[in-house]
Write a protein that binds this ligand. Structure first.
Ligand SMILES: [Zn+2]
Ligand SMILES: [Zn+2]
Length: 262
């Protein structure tokens, strides 16, 4: 069941080997994905344990899976994160447990460690069909139908062979599963008027575009798998970091920052 993680890792390794500005970020992300895969596998490999879906009950198991990730970030992360990882390795376990629970109940995209660890946990819940509990999140079609998380990235793919343009899906920032979404609608506020929705694209990233909304001034990145099927939306979002800078300069806020904070 690790194919999902292997695919992301393979794509991050490949892109980190290309000569582009995001090289260091991608190399770090490849390490982080390896750590997340280890966490995921530690859940699958536990005998006599399956997740309850209630983080309050599962938190000690989740927390005990974290040290590898903290060590990798301490070794390979950008300075500020590396220092934080080092501190967490020596912190009291109650503090981290509280941070995980806070994120679970009220996620924010700036809680790097909680988000990194709870992604493999929530994905494991999704794959075992265990409904998450203790998350009273907004709901509605613009959040994940499984866990209530916000969309991290949007992507187009052809579900039927011969279809000309492809379906649009949103990928959840928390459980990393995806759900179908209408094509010409803002994923943040639901705006549908075409005049309010803008798409920005740079020839450098041919299969990636910014999908921006002038009503709520938010954006999400769209990855077009019908143009380039080898892309992995989660990783290609990070690869096209220069587009985030462009969007920010033009006054748009990302619906959900990725793990690298862009
Ligand atoms: Zn989700
Ligand atoms: Zn909007």
């Amino acid at each position: 069941m690790s194919t999902f993680w292997d695919k992301q890792i393979g794509r991050a390794d490949f892109l980190a080997g290309q000569s582009s500005g995001s090289k260091d970020l991608l190399a770090f992300y490849a390490q982080l994905l390896r750590a997340q895969k280890e966490i995921y596998e530690s859940f699958c490999g536990r005998t006599h344990w399956s997740p309850s879906g209630d983080l309050e009950k599962d938190v000690s198991v989740v927390q005990s899976s974290m040290s590898g990730l903290l060590q990798r970030v301490a070794r390979n992360g950008p300075e500020a994160l590396a220092e934080e990882a080092e501190a967490l390795l020596h912190a009291e376990s109650n503090a981290m447990a509280q941070e995980l629970l806070n994120y679970w109940r009220n996620p924010t995209d700036t809680q790097f460690f909680a988000k990194s660890v709870l992604q493999p946990y929530a994905r494991w819940l999704a794959e075992t069909g265990t409904a998450p509990a203790g998350r009273e999140l907004a709901g509605g079609e613009r959040t994940c139908p499984f866990c209530g998380g916000k969309p991290q990235v949007s992507f187009l793919q052809s579900k039927e062979s011969g279809a000309e343009s492809g379906n649009r899906d949103l990928l959840c920032a928390t459980c990393l599963t995806s759900w179908e979404f209408r094509r010409v609608v803002c994923a943040n506020c639901g705006e549908e008027r075409p005049a309010k929705l803008g798409y920005f694209h740079s020839p450098e990233f041919d299969h990636i575009r910014i999908e921006a909304c002038d009503s709520c001034k938010h954006y999400i990145k769209g990855i077009d798998l019908t143009r380039f099927g080898l892309a992995a939306p989660l990783v290609d979002d990070l690869y096209a970091a220069p587009l985030d800078l462009w969007a920010r300069e033009h006054g748009y806020t990302k619906i959900e920052l990725n793990l690298i904070g862009l």
